[in-house]
Design a protein around this ligand. Structure first.
Ligand code: ADP
Ligand code: MG
Length: 696
């Protein structure tokens, strides 16, 4: 075990048993190692002294040096405070403390040189500082340079623990350590050109220069990402080395007759390629774990179906899971319509399936009579027993991490093949992190004849013009979505809401029927409203973002998104994917307030220029950070990240991936003595992350 982990916090100078308990409760910190890995989130410059006369109120924290000329205790009871007058010869500063008065009164003296560090404010024209950090001049001089600002919790603040406390503890701890043992193999350090752990930890807490800090951050980020890459890569290499996947050698009657007689359109080149890749996996005798990435409308469903038909042809069952009931319902409808003619039995199981039907489905699954089960993730929780589940398809899946995938295995002794389908175009480096153990196929071609959705940015003043446009589409027999950021009016938020606009939309388009869906409707009502729109009985659907994924109504050619400025790019892209599904020219109108930030306008303008999901996802990550993708990371990430950020550290991820390949090529099971320390660290990290996924 890493010796720093053995060193208990209690024994770090300045901590003691009480605070050790507090740190464990507040930050989950247990050892000296945890303390050293609690990194500053920023730095303050302690190398410059300001003169009091040049101080401006309400600037950032600054330091001044001088002497106290007097102390006065003012007020009574709870309002007691200590006031000191402090001068450096240029001007005077009033310093106030509300806490620890007795202690300060005993330890601070007039006539001694001090350095104060704090935020200057002004009250009645007098310059003040409240609760500054106070050091004697000698001590302050010995600690010049950049000083870390540490993240705190309210619980810590209440117990008078400050950023300064962390600074003092870590400095004391580091000073007492001769050399922190290296955790990465030497070969990796030289391959990636990294600082030693010892240097990096010292520099991250007390950088001697911006360049040194940069190198320290690189080393520490690399380390986090490297564990993930080694873990992912080792999993996928091990899996490939084993031969315990179901073999599905035959292309049989159902696949063939579907392909030759039921497939309603020729496959695109990309669809054919991906089906072939999947088929090769199913033949290999190894368990498939494949991610299919394809933009909205690229035709993933039929690829999933053909894969499931291969499983059925080989005597296996298959299941397909979607994140929402609406989406599961749609998949069910389209899969059943496609597969029924070739004699394949498809059923739907969701949280709202009635007990009688549920029991019937359970029985059919157990007997093997049911070939394909479509459902929500509830299928995983359900006491569903397949007779022989051979393939699980997980659709629109960005909240399905390694841990959840592993749960599928519990459904069988031999793990089923797993196909993950996502329309969220995840930038490549992020995919390497979240889906690093999966093989990736990309459907990078849209079915022919699709016209790209024409996207327009319109402001509130142009609303009537937009409504006239909607009217023309409706008159041509087309259908229209109107999407709102809110269900109900909210006075605090300056946004349009579905319920507020609903009557107005009905009045404006009084010749048409208006359906509505939002997340608060009961599932049955939601289905009913969706059905009205899908069947064409309603021509307008007003909705919240519940329609984001999967809904397929090819006759809907126009989507209006209200307060588009409130949505992330990736989300707009997902929404927009609901139109442009038929042969007609489609439109997406982004409605926005006129007064918006420059970056917001740039974001919306990007949407009007491109329909390329990958370009949009990359831009989204650049502009907003991981944003929507955060969800992916939280549940998808095999290890918690503290310093690395997959959204912005793409290059480090790639470096970590290459270094992981380099390491595992030479020592696949990490048994070489030179890698022993690293192997032990990795084992601990994996064990901890297993704990973590169990409780989450
Ligand atoms: P997504 O990848 O977003 O899940 P879908 O599978 O829902 O896309 O397909 C979108 C639409 O395109 C569906 O109406 C589907 O029938 C149609 N489609 C899929 N593949 C083709 C193809 N090769 N040629 C023509 N239309 C296709
Ligand atoms: Mg789909």
């Amino acid at each position: 075990m890493n010796p720093l982990r053995r060193r208990e916090l209690t024994y770090v100078k300045g901590i003691g048993p009480e605070r050790a308990k507090l740190l464990e409760r507040q930050l989950g910190m247990r050892s000296a190692r945890d303390l050293l890995y609690h990194f500053p989130t920023g730095y303050v410059d302690r190398s410059t002294f300001y003169s009091i006369r040049e101080l401006e109120p309400d600037v950032a924290q600054v330091q001044v040096k001088g002497r106290f000329v007097s102390f006065n205790v003012l007020g009574e009871g709870a309002k007691t405070r200590l006031c000191g007058l402090f001068t450096d010869g240029t001007a005077t500063l009033e310093v106030t403390w509300f806490k620890s008065i007795k202690y300060l009164r005993q330890t601070l003296h007039t006539g001694t040189d001090y350095v104060l560090f704090g935020k200057p404010t002004s009250f009645n024209g007098r310059l003040q500082m409240t609760h500054p950090e106070v050091d004697t001049l000698d001590k302050a001089v010995s600690q010049q340079g950049m000083r870390g600002v540490y993240p705190l919790t309210d619980g810590l603040r209440q117990r008078n623990i400050s950023s300064r406390s962390f600074h003092d503890w870590t400095t004391g701890l580091l000073a007492g350590l001769t050399r922190i043992a290296e955790t990465l193999p030497e070969s990796v350090i030289s391959y990636a050109g990294l600082d030693s752990l010892d240097t990096a930890l010292r520099q991250i807490h007390a950088p001697t220069s911006p360049a040194a800090l940069q190198r320290a951050r690189l080393r520490l980020k690399f380390e986090e990402l490297f564990y993930i890459q080694v873990d992912m890569l080792r999993r996928s290499r091990r899996r490939k080395a084993m031969s315990d996947g179901f073999r599905m050698p035959s292309v049989g009657a159902t696949f063939n007759s579907f392909y030759s007689t039921c497939l309603p359109f020729p496959l695109t080149g990309a669809q054919k390629r991906v089906v072939k890749e999947i088929r090769a996996d199913l033949l290999s005798g190894r368990q498939m774990n494949r991610l299919v990435q394809g933009d909205v409308g690229s035709g993933k469903t039929v690829v999933a179906l053909m894969s499931m038909l291969l499983a059925v042809d080989n005597g296996f069952q298959a299941c397909m899971m979607a994140p929402t009931e609406i989406l599961a319902g749609q998949h069910y409808e389209s899969l059943r319509a496609l597969a029924a003619p070739v004699g394949v039995n498809v059923r739907l199981l969701t949280g709202s399936t009635r007990r009688k039907e549920r029991e019937e489905i359970h029985a059919m699954l157990a007997s093997g009579e049911l070939h394909i089960l479509v459902g929500t993730h509830a299928v995983l929780e359900d006491p569903v027993k397949f007779r022989n589940l051979g393939l699980a398809v997980i659709d629109e899946q960005h909240r399905f991490g390694v841990a959840q995938r592993a749960r599928l295995w519990a459904k069988n002794t031999t793990p089923p093949h797993v196909l993950v389908m996502t329309a969220t175009p995840i930038p490549r480096t992020l995919a390497m992190t979240v889906y690093g153990d999966l093989d990736v196929s990309v459907i990078d071609e849209l079915p022919p004849g699709r016209k790209p959705v024409m996207t327009l940015l319109r402001y509130d003043a142009q609303r009537q013009q937009v409504y006239r446009g909607i009217g023309r589409q409706l008159a041509e027999g087309r259908q229209v979505y109107i999407v709102y950021p809110l269900i109900d009016e909210n006075e605090k938020l300056d946004m349009r809401s579905l319920n507020e606009d609903y009557d107005y939309i009905c009045d404006t388009f009084s010749n048409y029927r208006v359906a509505f869906v939002h997340g608060r409707l009961k599932p049955a009502e939601k289905d009913h409203q969706m059905e009205l729109f899908a069947s064409g009985q309603a021509q307008i659907l007003v909705a919240t973002t519940v329609i984001e994924v999967g809904v397929n109504v090819p006759n809907a050619t126009t989507m209006v998104i209200e307060n588009a400025e409130r949505f992330g790019l990736s989300q707009l892209h997902q929404l927009r994917g609901r139109v442009g599904r038929g042969a007609d020219q489609s439109y997406c109108i982004l409605m926005s307030k006129y007064k918006i930030a420059k970056e917001t306008r740039e974001r919306l303008q990007l949407m009007t220029r491109t329909t390329d999901g990958f370009e949009i996802a990359e831009a989204d990550m650049r502009m907003r950070g991981p944003g929507d993708i955060e969800g992916t990371m939280q549940s998808g990430m095999p290890f918690e990240l503290h310093i690395a950020n997959p959204a912005t550290d793409g290059q480090i991820i790639e470096l970590a991936r290459r270094a992981a390949e380099h390491l595992l090529d030479a020592d696949p099971e990490l048994t070489a003595p030179a890698n022993a320390a690293f192997a032990a660290e990795l084992r601990e990290a994996v064990a901890r992350s297993a704990d973590w996924s169990r409780i989450s």
